[in-house]
Ligand binder design. Structure first.
Ligand code: DGY
Length: 321
């Protein structure tokens, strides 16, 4: 029997995924789950045939150029691949795959949690009770915004955006969206298409971000685009932190231009943005959109499916470079 391919798994995956990986690969696991520094990442990659990283490992052009000749596939455990320089990977002949579909439900659930947490002041209420400061009730107390009947704007009507739209419809919201092109009607399900970002923003009581982070979308939420939103709109971001100019967002939350924001992702991770964290009208989570037991298994299996295809000489189903 030929030797198993050598595989580096950069973070702690679920037991079920690690067991399957060990069956088919000679696996090196990052046992204490720390984030590899760049030099360590490069060093760990030197004697493997494949790497299975998360979005926490950055494969810049420099890192890719330092990969050994034998390493020809980066099978990501993420749908977002903004942490990998895809052009450099392609130039170097390194295959890159991701894990679409399997995390759409979980991420859309978190988008709903962020929306409702922001609209109904979830973090504020929770913090008050935990601090032993709930000493008052009145009809005027902790009044939030109802989402029923409001417009749910989806920026990026891909897989996650479509599921988020479906969930929002469940709350009686009217879905609007902007996408590079309209999606077929059986997927749009009556959602109103806007061919410009401006058109979408002007029609979003809640704006939920579901587009990938690219040079074109970086900072798409900024002072000028926030001004287009209806007054007291709510921003939800479960995609990538760098879609948002966080200083402009903090200004809008402080001034009351925005009613609230629900954020699962930040420009600096882990950690977040201290100015935003100091505000009351935010509902914040630590990048856990896909963090369910079911989805973590599914993401790991999907990454392994891609590796299996590659090592069996087939085209991996989720090839992005
Ligand atoms: C993704 O899959 O892109 C999630 O953000 C987790 O990495």
């Amino acid at each position: 029997m030929p030797d198993k391919p050598r595989l580096l798994i950069t973070r702690k995956l679920t037991d079920a995924v690690l067991i399957r990986a060990a069956r088919d690969y000679d696996v090196t696991v990052n046992a204490d789950d720390h984030v590899f520094a760049t030099d360590e990442l490069i060093a760990k990659c030197q004697d493997v045939d494949a790497v299975l990283p998360c979005h926490s490992e950055h494969f810049s052009a420099d890192v890719i150029s330092a990969l050994p000749e034998r390493l020809k596939i980066i099978a990501n455990h993420s749908v977002g691949v903004d942490h990998v320089d895809l052009v450099a990977a392609k130039d170097a002949g390194v295959v890159v795959t991701n894990t679409p579909d399997v995390l759409s439900d979980a991420t859309a659930e978190i988008a709903m949690l962020c929306m409702l947490g922001a609209a109904r002041r979830g973090a504020e209420g929770d913090a008050m009770i935990r601090a032993g400061k709930w000493d008052f009730w009145s009809p005027a107390f902790m009044v939030g915004r109802q989402v029923t009947g409001k417009r749910f704007g989806v920026l990026g009507m891909g897989r996650v955006g479509q599921v988020a739209a479906e969930r929002a419809r469940g709350f009686g919201m009217i879905v609007h969206y902007h996408n590079r092109k309209p999606v077929p009607e059986h997927l749009a399900k009556g959602a109103v298409f806007h061919d410009t970002v401006e058109g979408l923003f002007a029609n979003s009581d809640v704006l939920s971000l579901h587009c990938p982070a690219t040079p074109q979308t970086t900072g798409i939420i900024n002072k000028d685009t926030i001004a287009l939103l209806p007054d007291r709109a709510i921003l939800v971001n479960t995609a990538r932190g760098n879609l948002v100019d966080e200083a402009a967002l903090a200004d809008a939350l402080e001034s009351g231009k925005l009613f609230a924001a629900g954020l699962d992702v930040f420009c600096d991770e882990p950690g977040g943005n201290q100015r935003i964290s100091a505000l009351k009208n935010v509902f914040l989570l630590p990048h856990v959109g896909s963090a369910t037991e079911e989805t973590r298994d599914a993401m790991g299996y999907r990454a392994l499916d891609n590796l299996d295809a590659y090592f069996k000489g087939r085209e991996p189903g989720d090839r992005v470079a």
